[in-house]
Write a protein that binds this ligand. Structure first.
Ligand code: BES
Ligand code: MN
Ligand code: ZN
Length: 497
């Protein structure tokens, strides 16, 4: 996407016909724009007089015009001025994105010369995320509508252009990565296998020159990753442990991001009910998030070391599958009694996290996983569960979540929660009692962080798909949750936010 932040007087409208976008706060007519032709303003004012145009958040009005430097005007309802937030604007722009797509607008000039307070990067995010569509598997696509290719921001004379230019470029990069994560997750599980995820990671390494290692089952056997291997053994698909590495210098801090990559979760022998099982193709959304965040990281090359680790398996029932009652010895030597084969995410993360801690000795580790239905019960689709042993890290992630609209909510992790996982036969049981299921799952993971001083677990089961309160993220597809949050947090850590 071509992005240019400039002053209103220097705007060049594209010859093929750009659309002029003008924001409107609720109850703040007349329209305020340097580039808007007074004749068009009159037409729009008449619409306002009739009560059609109000500036309500997310409301859009499109007026095609002739004989003007632009081919149409799009009014973006920004809601009440006093209530403006970046996330509010993202949502409003998400609604506008649909109008851009429907009207086949490829070039947009956003006139904010009278709105210096408007976070234009959030607006652009809403557009890029809102224009995402998953249509790769439709045979009747009759020419998918073109997407926005040119985004120009018109500021008041004398306004600073460099900071918003940089912010918009970063926003676009992170949002295209988030759309990449949505695409990985939406791709059906017959195609999005552990091998396909590994190939995707190898592609990132090829394009960026960063390092990619994929551990095969034989190598994992040698390393003693028996928990991960047990989960994948029921499937005809080979399990993989994928590692992407952005290494700058040994003198810098190392961050590890780990993502659950169950490409399909039937539950295994403790099989799930049929009704919503198809949704379990999204059980690799943690993996998609960390891989696609990494895509942005290796492009921006911040001054911090980042290790991205994805344990990837398919959880299937078969004659080879793990059974309830099996006892597995994980990479770090701890034994786990499998009480429910559907609690598989924590088993693969156990080996992946213990291995990451041991081999890469990160200063900070953050894992993302669609781990428990209990987390969806607790927080719905509005926030991911945040579990951590470190208050500073919790606050950093909460701040990044608030800034990106990818909210996280802190949950407790007390010693009592560890007691929930006692097994009469092994060091740990892989499930606890039903109540507090998201917390006992997090507590289980805390056994596998080795000496990592700061760790946080994000249970994204509720936010990875299914949210209907964010128009820029369609509810019946994956949301890409975590990509923008991780990018923001990592860049902040590198002092490059
Ligand atoms: N992938 C599921 C969690 C999940 C369920 C995410 C529904 C999103 C929506 C996970 O592997 C799982 O099956 N967890 C079990 C754990 C239980 C057996 C302790 C669950 O939440 O029911
Ligand atoms: Mn499961
Ligand atoms: Zn699962």
């Amino acid at each position: 996407m071509n992005i240019s932040v400039t002053h209103a007087a220097s705007v060049k409208f594209s010859e093929s016909g750009a659309c002029l976008m003008v924001p409107l706060y609720q109850g703040e007519l007349p329209l305020n724009a340097t580039l808007l032709d007074p004749a068009h303003e009159l037409v729009l004012q008449a619409q306002a007089d009739r009560g059609v145009l109000t500036g309500k958040a997310g409301q859009c009005a499109y007026l095609p015009v002739t004989e003007a430097p632009y081919s149409g005007v799009l009014i973006l309802g920004a809601g009440e001025r006093a209530k403006l937030t970046p996330e509010g604007l993202r949502r409003a722009a998400g609604a506008a994105a649909k109008a851009l797509t429907e009207n086949r607008i490829t070039s947009l000039v956003l006139d904010v010369s009278h709105f210096p307070e408007l976070p234009v990067d959030a607006l652009l995010e809403g557009i890029i995320l809102g224009q995402y569509d998953f249509d790769a598997y439709r045979s009747k696509r009759d020419g998918a509508p073109p997407r926005l290719a040119e985004f120009t921001v018109a500021l008041a004379e004398g306004a600073e252009v460099n900071a918003p230019q940089k912010a918009c470029e970063l926003a676009a990069l992170a949002c295209f990565s988030a759309n990449g994560a949505r695409h990985l997750a939406n791709t059906p599980p017959n195609e999005m296998t552990p091998a396909a995820l590994a190939e995707f990671a190898e592609g990132i390494a090829r394009d960026s020159g960063c390092e990619c290692t994929v551990l095969e089952e034989r190598q994992m056997e040698t390393l003693g990753m028996n928990a991960l291997l047990a989960v994948g053994r029921g499937s005809a698909q080979d399990s993989k442990l994928i590692v992407l590495r952005h290494h700058v210098s040994n003198d810098l801090k190392t961050i590890a991001i780990v993502g659950k990559g169950v490409t399909f979760d039937t539950g295994g022998i403790s099989i799930k009910p049929a009704a919503d099982m198809h949704e379990m193709k999204y059980d690799m959304c943690g993996a998609a998030a960390v891989l696609c965040a990494m895509m942005t990281i290796v492009e921006l090359r911040p001054a911090i070391n980042v290790i991205c680790v994805v344990p990837s398996v398919e959880n299937m029932p078969s004659g080879m599958a793990a059974r309830p009652g099996d006892i597995l010895r994980a990479y770090n030597g701890k034994t786990i009694e499998v009480r429910n084969t559907d609690a598989e995410g924590r088993l693969i993360l156990a080996d992946a996290m213990a291995y990451t801690a041991d081999k890469y000795k990160p200063d900070v580790m953050v894992d993302l996983a669609t781990l428990t239905g209990a987390c969806v019960v607790a927080l719905g689709h509005n926030a991911a569960g945040l579990f951590s042993n470190n208050e500073t890290l919790s606050q950093e992630l909460a701040a990044a979540g608030e800034a990106t609209g990818e909210r996280v909510w802190s949950m407790p992790l007390w010693d009592e929660h560890g007691e929930m996982l006692k097994s009469p036969h092994a060091d740990l049981s892989n499930v606890g009692p039903r109540w507090g299921g998201a917390i006992s799952a997090a507590s289980f993971l805390s056994n596998f962080i080795g000496d990592t001083p700061a760790w946080a677990h994000l249970d994204i089961a509720g936010t990875a798909w299914g949210a209907s309160h964010q128009p820029h993220l369609s509810a019946d597809h994956a949301s890409g949750f975590g990509v923008r949050l991780l990018v923001k947090w990592i860049l902040d850590q590198a002092g490059q936010g």
